[in-house]
Design a protein around this ligand. Structure first.
Ligand code: UTP
Length: 475
């Protein structure tokens, strides 16, 4: 196989002929691989992205008319709303039990900050048994399936960076108690990394330096891999979305799903009250009547710090990346096979081969990776609904080994959540003088999906008095 002259001319036209530098040294299989990668690129579009996002740093335009959106509070604000929430919970349960809701998890990222060698979902997270993130979520779905008498489908997005290893992990572990047919893997698209002079980098002589195209890639990938059609054929109407690195999340929250449906929302979002104006969560805002998320780093200081009369931040609703989508909304967005969500630039250290074929590993950022974000679908959504969640019940992302949003903080929050549910069930939890829990606790999601399950179990279970410094695992 050889690249024809038209193709060579095309690369030359866009200043990317370096990508064929090793062509003559490659065997047929290697050539085929490189050829496939190069053919898959829309060169005119790629060139415009390089000019807009790499050769210049495009300023994000912040609209002048930003307003705070309406949010449903986690605790209803009056009796009328309390009644509405009860109705929503019923609706949510009806939809889940009726097989109308599929679960979608994105797990295609590279987990660079965590520095873990392998798919992030394999990372052992639980405080006593070290259950991996994938197992922990899978067990919640096993329990949810039993609780709601339904066979849930779990769609997991991987990327070329981790697809094979993820699938093997599920197979080796018998799908963690789910049936293999319940778990559907699909892969997202990849984007080339580009150096600061606008040249696409190569990670080896026969491959571009490619990385996943961001969780915004989920929507088109669902379509392209036939998952939307599968869901439709299964009678699914709504999709409950979360990220694999947030083990605290309720994968199927009846109140959230019910409100989403009753509000006739295309795309609903959970929000958290931000801990301060600069917490690293995207801000829910309304502009020109449309919902959008403005990244924390783009929010002008005077808006980020603005407070209401009651002292709360005006833009207090931060996004933990938990959503519900209407299936027909995603179908509508992706129907012609194109979805142009805005691109976001990230400066990264990207290893690459130089002209001599030596692999170089830079110590500081040398290239731009381009990603799209799923929350940029919000402005297209009709009636987008926001429900405030309780942070301690919904969100503890595993981004770093320690510090903020880390393995350490997440393990502590997993213990706190389980302990709080046990306290609600009347179990006495040992605490230090400062209030911190002084033993380790882990509840298996196979039996304990929510506080209802915990209260039910501990009503009759004979539990020894919990002691400081000990470990307690309940299954
Ligand atoms: P993040 O970008 O926050 O985390 O993605 P990451 O990719 O795991 O780690 P870093 O940024 O390299 O340190 C949040 C969630 O979105 C998924 C991730 O797998 C994670 O669950 N994701 C991210 C994708 O599925 N695809 C992507 O292209 C990017």
């Amino acid at each position: 196989m050889a690249f024809n002259n038209d193709f060579r001319d095309k690369l030359k036209k866009y200043g990317q002929e370096q990508l064929l530098h090793f062509e003559n040294t490659l065997d047929e299989k290697q050539k085929e691989k490189l050829h496939g990668q190069l053919q898959a690129i829309d060169w005119e579009y790629m060139d415009s992205l390089i000019r807009d996002f790499v050769l210049q740093k495009r300023e994000t335009e912040i609209p002048h008319d930003l307003q705070a959106p309406f949010i449903f509070r986690c605790i209803p604000e009056n009796e009328k709303q309390a009644g509405y929430y009860r109705e929503a919970v019923k609706e949510g349960v009806r939809l889940i039990s009726g097989g109308k809701v599929a679960v979608l998890t994105v797990a295609g990222g590279q987990g660079t900050r965590l520095g873990y060698d392998g798919p992030k979902g394999k990372f052992p997270i639980t405080p006593i048994n070290g259950k991996p993130l994938f197992r922990y979520s899978a067990e919640k779905l096993v329990r949810a399936g039993r609780k709601y008498s339904t066979s849930l489908k779990w769609f997991i997005m991987t990327s070329d960076a981790n697809d094979r290893e993820t699938k093997e992990f599920f197979k080796e572990n018998n799908y963690f108690g789910l049936k293999s047919a319940q778990v559907v893997f699909f892969t997202q698209g990849m984007m080339p990394a580009v150096d600061y002079s606008g040249k696409i980098l190569m990670e080896s002589e026969d491959s571009l330096a490619l990385s996943p195209n961001g969780h915004g890639g989920t929507l088109l990938a669902l379509r392209d891999c036939g998952c939307l059609d599968k869901m439709k054929a299964d009678g699914v109407d709504h999709i409950s979305y979360f990220q694999i690195d947030n083990p605290l999340v309720s994968p199927l929250n009846p109140l959230f799903i019910g409100l989403h449906c009753l509000e006739n929302s295309d795309m609903s979002s959970m929000s958290l009250a931000k801990t301060g104006p600069y917490e690293k969560l995207g801000n829910f805002c309304i502009s020109d009547g449309k919902m959008q998320i403005i990244e924390y780093s783009d929010m002008p200081a005077e808006l980020a710090e603005k407070r209401k009369e009651d002292g709360r931040l005006l833009f207090e609703a931060g996004s933990p990346a938990i959503h519900i989508f209407r299936l027909d909304f995603i179908q509508r967005l992706t129907k012609d096979g194109k979805l142009k969500l805005p691109w976001h630039r990230a400066d990264k250290k990207v290893a690459f081969v130089d002209e001599k074929g030596s692999l170089l590993k830079p110590e500081k950022p040398n290239a731009v990776k381009l990603e799209t974000f799923i929350f940029d679908a919000l402005p297209f959504a009709q009636n987008p609904m926001i429900l405030e969640g309780k942070r301690e019940l919904e969100f503890s992302p595993v981004k770093n080994p320690e510090g903020v949003d880390s393995v350490v903080s997440c393990r502590r929050m997993l213990i706190d959540k389980d302990a709080a549910m046990m306290e609600k069930a009347g179990v006495k939890i040992p605490r230090n003088a400062d209030g911190a829990i002084s033993c380790k606790i882990e509840l298996s999601p196979l039996s304990f999906l929510d506080v209802e399950d915990v209260v039910e179990y501990f009503k009759t279970a004979k539990v020894p008095e919990l002691e400081k410094g000990k470990e307690y695992y309940f299954e």
